[in-house]
Write a protein that binds this ligand. Structure first.
Ligand code: PXP
Length: 237
């Protein structure tokens, strides 16, 4: 079995910067250190309210990231226009509510499939890989497969909140297996940390994880390169 790849989410770096509306810390510098620590990709969430990551960050990261840049965004025309302008390697479509502190659940692809189809076509035509953040629900996975996208990111948030609950883990395992059977690349993320990641790594079908809060939190004490390296070590199989 191959090691699980690590996408490091750097939103919190921009959150610290925006706490002072200053220039530091700089997500570009953070991305470089994350890559030195072994990150396989850099992820940022460009929110509609631009509360942390700005369009300029995406532009600069696209030019400087050596691995791959994944940009999470709401499924809207406005966001797709930004993606077509900045051309990240991958876009992950996520649901977005202005009042939320962080993404609260997966996108409802069963309900919104028809609406998001033209947006996905535009992204794929520009050779941007598309992933959708979904809950570990077989109906959602099937709806994603029907859209002809290359990947899905399974929401591990409920598993993380349940402190490693078996039922939640089993749902992720089942969803990952189904997604892989339907030809989708399987990613996962949300709420993962140095303690709860082990059982997710054990799920063979999961190829890549997106982790932010835990890594940036540890980075405050040990530095970003070291925090990423410590997480990478846990993703070995
Ligand atoms: N995946 C998605 C789709 C997310 O929205 C987030 C949070 O921005 C993450 C992964 C990373 O979550 P966390 O910061 O809890 O590791």
């Amino acid at each position: 079995m191959k090691d699980v790849k690590l996408g490091v989410n750097l939103d919190h770096i921009a959150t610290i910067r925006e706490a002072r509306k200053a220039e530091e810390p700089d997500p570009v510098q953070a991305a470089l250190l994350a890559e030195l620590g072994g990150a396989d990709g850099i992820t940022v969430h460009l929110r509609a309210d631009r509360r942390h990551i700005k369009e300029r960050d995406v532009e600069l990261l696209r030019r400087t990231v050596k691995t791959m840049l994944n940009v999470e965004m709401g499924a809207t025309e406005e966001m797709v226009e930004v993606a077509l302008k900045t051309l990240p390697h991958q876009v992950t479509l996520v649901p977005e509510r202005r009042e939320e502190i962080t993404t609260e659940g997966g996108l409802d692809v069963v309900l919104q499939g028809e609406f998001i189809k033209p947006l996905i076509s535009k992204l794929l035509a520009a050779e941007i890989a598309v992933s959708i953040f979904v809950d570990p629900d077989p109906e959602q996975i099937r709806a994603c497969a029907k859209l002809g996208i290359p990947a899905v990111e399974i929401n591990t948030g409920r598993y993380a909140e349940s402190e490693g609950g078996e039922k939640e883990l089993f749902a992720i395992e089942k969803a990952a297996r189904l997604a892989s059977k339907l030809g989708l690349k399987v990613l996962a993320g949300h709420g993962l940390n140095y303690w709860n990641v082990k059982d997710i790594v054990a799920i063979e079908e999961i190829e890549e994880l997106n982790i932010g809060h835990a890594i940036v939190s540890r980075a405050v004490f040990v530095g970003l390169k070291e925090a990423v390296a410590q997480m990478k070590a846990l993703l070995r199989r």
